[in-house]
Design a protein around this ligand. Structure first.
Ligand code: ATP
Ligand code: MG
Length: 445
């Protein structure tokens, strides 16, 4: 589709190229996943009004018209940006101006990393003035131009660099990208400038970082940088739990838990911060053993603080905060207990808590195969309860409030209590979940 867009612009007398992530990904040998299509970033010599005129037959959103960007709904949305030479990016604070320019080379020179500064026209002709292709082949992340200057111009690029290091993978060797030494040094030296970047921009990059295949190593290696934005990571680093059950410091333990969890953003985030409350609640007993009572609740509070500073969305915050709050519940291979918890937490939530708990145990470095088997068995039991449609909520109960009223009970709080008692009897297996048995259980007593 983007090819037609380029041709359309060309036939109107303008230059047009595909740039950014899509071309980087295809040079990496990746194939587009239909479920999460790559966005198409297009650079053109046409000015925004000219772009609008060329695509007058389509709806156009003036996404960032001040910065030269319009989105054409063709029907896939295409972001089309006029060649720019300025290096300032909107940080939500400074009103930034843009200078348009006439050549693709100049446009590429304001882009952040060499791997992102490659352009391709409709016929597949590549423009690569900063040797981005060679950096892609060698797995290197390097800024376009002087790293210090580029990070001072827009410090978000520091976070973007870490995001790319976490996400990009050399397809043939399955190895991570390395941040070039100079670039890494400049990231470190300019890290305090991240404090001036808007929370929304930082969170957009951080959330992609966490989902990256190499997120663990990036967080390990660049804790001091990410810690400028998320200070609790600095407290977690090197924090010795003084507990024979734990081999690693809090941060290493949490990173290992995150690496172990499946590819699910909320789970990864919860695993990364599940013990964030430990340093605060730590105390040593008389034997010199460390304890951290109440750390899940403290962790929940600290995590909510992190997410509110990042202006993250409510749904993710609440979901992950709950996982942190409940990550310490002790699972047993006991269907009665599991049903009570499925009722209390919902089955989906309970399965997620179980995943965090499993990752937590594995990440201590002390988990044996019997423990892993226990988690598999518990997961199987929860699925069995669901598959067999066993009763674990009031909704599943064979009598309802109105049934009890029909039998002569007065409406009111007592009615609710009675229903809950019945549910508990059914969950415990003491009464069958059928109308007669349930009514008998109440009116007999
Ligand atoms: P993806 O879309 O896969 O997340 P991307 O590289 O396309 O990655 P975008 O945020 O879509 O990232 O940006 C498109 C392109 O715009 C980048 O490849 C880069 O060339 C340029 N760019 C984006 N943000 C910046 C920035 N802060 N500084 C300099 N160039 C940037
Ligand atoms: Mg993109």
């Amino acid at each position: 589709m983007w090819r037609e867009i380029l041709l359309h612009l060309e036939s109107a007398g303008f230059e047009a190229y595909i740039v950014g992530g899509r071309i980087r990904n295809s040079l990496l040998g990746l194939t587009e996943d239909q479920k999460s299509p790559w966005d198409a970033d297009i650079a053109t010599s046409a000015l925004p009004d000219q772009v609008k005129a060329v695509f007058s037959g389509y709806p156009v959103i003036e996404t960032g018209i001040k910065h030269g960007t319009v989105t054409v709904l063709t029907p896939e949305p295409m972001e089309i940006t006029t060649f720019r030479k300025d290096g300032t990016y909107s940080d939500g604070r400074h009103p930034d101006s843009v200078d348009f320019c006439t050549s693709i080379e100049e446009d590429l020179s304001r882009r952040d990393f060499t791997v992102n500064a490659i352009a391709m026209d409709a016929r597949g002709k590549i423009t690569d003035p900063f040797d981005g292709i060679s950096d892609i082949n060698n797995g290197i992340l390097r800024t376009v131009g002087n790293a210090n200057e580029r990070f001072r111009e827009d410090p978000l690029r520091i976070f973007r660099g870490l995001r790319f290091a976490a996400v990009l993978c050399q397809t043939d060797s399955h190895s991570a990208f390395t941040i070039d030494e100079n670039t890494a040094k400049a990231m470190f030296e300019n890290r305090m400038l991240l404090k001036g970047v808007s929370a929304e921009r930082l969170y957009a990059e951080f959330s992609k970082l966490v989902g990256g295949a190499f997120a663990g190593n990036v967080i390990r290696k660049y804790t001091e940088i990410i810690g400028v934005v998320i200070p609790p990571l600095l407290t977690m680093k090197g924090f010795n739990q003084r507990n024979p059950y734990h081999r690693y410091d809090v941060l290493e333990h949490c990173i290992r838990a995150m690496e172990y969890t499946e590819d699910n953003y909320c789970l990864k985030l919860a695993a990364l911060f599940h013990d964030v409350g430990k340093p605060e609640t730590f105390f040593l007993d008389d034997e010199g053993i460390g304890h951290m009572y109440g750390h899940p609740a403290a962790g929940e509070r600290i995590f909510r603080g992190i997410m509110s500073d990042l202006k993250a969305d409510r749904a993710t915050t609440d979901r992950v905060a709950a996982l942190i709050k409940y990550h310490d519940i002790v699972f047993q291979k006991d269907k009665t207990l599991l049903k009570r918890w499925m009722n209390r937490y919902t089955p989906e939530m309970l399965l997620d808590i179980l995943s965090i708990k499993e990752a937590d145990n594995i990440a201590t470095g002390n988990a044996g195969s019997d423990l892993i088997d226990k988690f598999h068995e518990i997961r199987r039991m929860i699925h069995e309860i669901l598959d067999e449609k066993e009763c674990f909520t009031l909704k599943d109960l064979a009598v309802s409030g109105s049934d009890l009223i029909n039998e002569g009970m007065a409406p009111g709080p007592e009615l609710g209590e009675t229903l809950n008692k019945l549910l508990e009897l059914v969950i415990e297996g003491r009464v069958d979940n059928n109308r007669d048995a349930l009514l008998k259980a109440i009116f007999r007593s």
